[in-house]
Design a protein around this ligand. Structure first.
Ligand code: PRX
Length: 633
């Protein structure tokens, strides 16, 4: 991508009418305003929402990096997302249009959604869930998943959503770490015309978690499932009982009370429970969504992520509802039953803004332009990208074929930990394909060297965030030391947040994300730790040692390649690769299955015994091995 940096012919200027109608037209002025008075700036944004009691201080850094935002304020994100809207004309506005993979459609007004969330909240309460308890949610992309999350927020419980593509072992680990007594799931989920048996996976997972007392099961696919008497309940049965009343008081929360835990991958095998809170998160997700995607009442917003990831938490569930927007949500696979499924739905529902990941764009691009060209996509006015750097080919196709050379692409860089967009254009920002452009107002980022000096334009360095922001993660659930160690220790003196990405700035101050500097891989936009896949492999009796790397892949961004040393006496019978892939599918989940597994006699290691994945990658790609002075012979 480096040859694209500073290439002025690559500028894309947004259409003038779009700039004129944008919520924020002058990025420079907005940025300067936020820089001059960050606390005043965030307070101004916070005042767009309701607070039961005001804050005494915008941000408290006295115990940094354990920052606190809107200190002393009382609020509840569910109040701002739903309760306040049903008292206005928005009561009758569509909150969500949902289409299932088989083609069934459900539509919910704000009023209806508010009622459904209240019912769900009352059901959770009847199971003894109270403020501060955690609830694990393991579901397909159905409206009830959104209800379950909001219901937790409403009663002050902490939701922990586990993506439906994780295996039972991964689910067990997350239920245990969060200590959830209640799990919400579905009988199954539709994917490419088949049923993913979610409840079976939960049954397996829960066998190892004596803490789980109740499982609420939403019927979606109608497949046969085991229901344990006294433990498992059908949601539709509970919903018919008097306990599931349509009124439920909203718990008054402190601004800093936890809202959710979301597990994400890091450098060790154990996933980290990233913790977000009510106050700062609601301010940041609503402000960023409004400024970056310019959401108005006429819009139909489609964030095509899964609610099980941070993108879905912030920009399917919370952000749009906080703004009183109309969202679209689709259950299934993008190319099912035909590769025009997405384009057909955009035409049918008149979607105005589409936000997705480069891997999805590349996947759909493969089927050719004839599929989108069959549909009227003229309702679209803005596009978005997230999850990994968008390569120029995908950018161009997205821009010309989907956006008809009219819709700017908001390439948003952010992380589970940041809660919301950090480096991103606004609709008025001149774009350079492949660059996430500039930091959001109020956000100070830099690209620095090992000592923390800003590197000159065109030089690779580490991406750091220099000032706290309202939706920053507060800690790693149950592991504050890891929080400090992971994000705040490298630049402890300066008090900067280490993002874990390398990047480059160009002469215009535009930021180009290169990729992770740690042992984290982005595979089809999913974030995976090499250590997670490796421990999956090593847990098989045939494997003594394993190393995993990412090899560039046209659609997935990265494909997982694994190198395994077999245990003494074990030989490959020709089926071992397939057996190990199955094993990883079972241990970690389908998203972690290596594309290739190679059996080797040794692995390149440093003298201290650390596997040099960098060397493996260079060898696999036929590139120079670089500095191998620490390599043990
Ligand atoms: O490497 C960056 C990449 O995704 C990582 C964060 O992954 P996750 O926590 O799963 O959140 C993804 C959705 C917000 C980052 O450290 N990343 C995310 N967005 C971009 C990106 N890389 C380049 N460009 C982006 N727009």
């Amino acid at each position: 991508m480096s040859d694209k940096v500073n290439n002025r012919s690559e500028w894309f200027y947004p259409p003038e009418d779009l700039v004129r109608s944008a919520y924020v037209q002058d990025y420079e002025a907005a940025y300067a305003r936020a820089q001059a008075d960050p606390e005043g700036f965030w307070a101004e944004q916070a005042r767009e929402l309701d607070w039961f009691e005001p804050w005494q201080q915008v941000v408290d850094g006295s115990n940094a990096p354990f920052y606190r935002w809107f200190v002393g304020a009382k609020t509840n994100i569910a109040h701002n997302a739903l309760d306040r809207h049903v008292k206005t004309w928005r009561k009758n506005k569509i909150a969500m249009i949902w289409e299932g993979e088989p083609g069934d459609v459900r539509t919910f007004s704000y009023y209806r959604m508010w009622q459904e969330v209240n019912r769900f909240a009352n059901i959770l309460k009847s199971m003894g869930v109270k403020k501060g308890d955690t609830v694990t949610i393991y579901m397909g992309r159905v409206p009830e998943m959104v209800w379950a999350m909001l219901a937790c927020a409403k009663i002050g419980a902490i939701h922990s959503v586990v993506y439906g593509g994780f295996s039972d072992q991964a689910l067990t680990d997350r239920i245990e770490d969060a200590q959830s007594r209640v799990v919400v799931t579905c009988d199954g989920a539709w994917l490419r015309g088949s049923i993913v048996p979610l409840k079976d996976t939960v049954d397996e997972a829960v066998r190892r978690c004596p803490i789980v007392e109740h499982i609420i099961v939403v019927r979606r696919t109608g497949n046969e499932v085991y229901m344990e008497p006294g433990r498992d309940y059908w949601y539709h049965d509970l919903r018919g009982l008097p306990i599931a009343a349509t009124q439920c008081p909203t718990e008054v929360m402190d601004s800093e009370d936890p809202l959710f835990i979301l597990y994400t991958s890091g450098t060790t095998g154990k996933p980290k429970g990233v913790l977000h809170t009510h106050g700062g998160y609601q301010v940041y997700t609503s402000t960023t969504l409004k400024w970056v995607f310019d959401i108005n009442d006429e819009d139909r917003w489609w964030c095509a992520a899964d609610p099980g990831w941070i993108t879905g938490h912030s920009y399917i569930v919370y952000g749009p509802l906080l703004l009183g927007a109309t969202s679209f949500m689709y259950e299934g696979a993008p190319a099912h039953p035909y590769p025009n499924r997405w384009w057909k739905m955009i035409e049918h529902y008149g979607i105005t803004i589409l936000y997705t990941a480069p891997t999805a764009i590349r996947g759909l691009m493969r089927f050719g332009s004839a599929w989108p060209n069959r549909h009227d996509l003229s309702s679209l006015r803005l596009l978005g990208s997230v999850g990994e750097p968008i390569n120029p080919e995908a950018w161009k196709w997205y821009h010309t074929i989907i956006g008809k050379s009219r819709c700017p692409i908001m390439d948003t860089w952010w992380q589970t930990e940041t809660g919301g967009f950090m480096i991103t254009p606004l609709p008025s920002t001149p774009l350079k394909p492949g660059s996430a452009t500039r930091p959001f107002p109020g956000i100070e980022v830099d690209v620095v060297d090992e000592e923390g000096n800003s590197v000159p334009p065109g030089t690779d360095g580490m991406l750091v965030i220099k000032k706290p922001w309202p939706s920053m993660l507060r800690t790693i659930y149950g592991d504050p030391n890891r929080y400090v160690e992971q994000y705040w220790s490298k630049y402890r003196k300066q008090g900067w947040y280490l993002a874990g990405d390398s990047a480059r700035k160009d002469e215009d101050g535009y930021i180009w994300i290169i990729g992770r500097i740690d042992d984290v891989l982005k595979v089809s936009g999913y974030r995976l730790g090499t250590a997670e896949v490796e421990s999956g492999l090593v847990s098989h009796p045939a494997v003594a040692e394993a190393a995993v790397i990412g090899i560039p892949d046209e659609v997935k961004g990265n494909a997982i390649h694994a190198y395994c040393i077999l245990r003494a006496g074990v030989t490959d019978d020709g089926h071992l690769e397939a057996t190990l892939k199955d094993h990883v599918r079972h241990e970690v989940g389908p998203i972690a299955v290596p594309a290739r597994i190679e059996f080797v006699a040794s692995l390149p290691k440093t003298r201290s015994g650390k596997i040099m994945r960098r060397v493996l990658k260079a060898r696999a790609m036929g590139m120079p091995e670089g500095d191998i002075s620490t390599l043990e012979e």
